[in-house]
Design a protein around this ligand. Structure first.
Ligand SMILES: [Zn+2]
Length: 217
């Protein structure tokens, strides 16, 4: 794991050696909220070290969607609630065996923590965080909008390295999801994709994804 970089006020992003998967850490005072912490066991332990060094306590987690690389946790993050959309929490519970097997040779102490999510409407975080739930990429996929720093945490959408992947729900649902994200993308100063680089080119990414999913007309 590359050391987390502060990309906006109180918003830190670490990038995995695997698929450029991002972990986003929201920091307020001595509290932290972990969004999609990932990926390798060493990287998860490294993130725990980083939190320790900064004296941060994890008060919550959030999973953007029920894919194996977005529902991970480490015992050293503690027992804070791990939230997700209702659909994501249900799908993670239903597909837990599949999520665990997709991780391959996963350590025994981390395995029980895979995909243990609780449905949350809003997030009990001291700063405004708005979940934006839709069905692009996966049913119940959720972006997080931070109106303060105008940051959009986009899950597996709006990436500079990963094309849109509409296979699970279909292109029309993906387009609907993009439309749901549109007002946020238009206001965002920065997007943090689940894989790739944070970028200020939010609307350009949005347009490119829309064109790619809509296909030639
Ligand atoms: Zn995914």
């Amino acid at each position: 794991m590359r050391t987390p970089v502060e990309v906006a006020d109180g918003v830190h992003v670490a990038t995995s050696v695997l698929d450029m998967t991002t972990s986003t850490v929201l920091v307020h005072g001595d509290e932290a909220l972990l969004v999609d912490p990932s990926w390798t066991p060493d990287e998860l332990a490294g993130l725990a070290d980083w939190l320790d060094h900064r004296g941060l306590t994890v008060v919550g987690g959030f999973a953007t969607h029920a894919h194996h690389d977005h529902v991970l946790w480490h015992p050293r993050f503690g027992h804070a609630p791990r939230w997700a959309s209702a659909v994501t929490a249900r799908r993670a519970a239903e597909s837990r065996q599949h999520l665990v097997s997709a991780l391959g040779d996963w350590p025994a102490d981390l395995t029980p923590l895979v995909g243990r999510l609780t449905a949350a409407e809003g997030l009990p975080w001291p700063e405004p965080v708005e979940p934006v739930v839709h069905d692009a990429h996966t049913p119940g996929h959720t972006a997080l909008w931070l109106p303060g720093p105008r940051v959009l945490i986009a899950g597996d959408m709006l990436s500079d390295v990963e094309p849109p992947l509409p296979e699970e729900t279909g292109p029309s649902e993906y387009v609907e999801g993009l439309e749901t994200l549109r007002p946020y993308a238009e206001r965002a100063a920065l997007v943090i994709p689940g894989h790739g680089h944070p970028g200020t080119d939010v609307v350009a990414r949005w347009r490119r994804d829309l064109a790619e999913v809509s296909g030639p007309r």
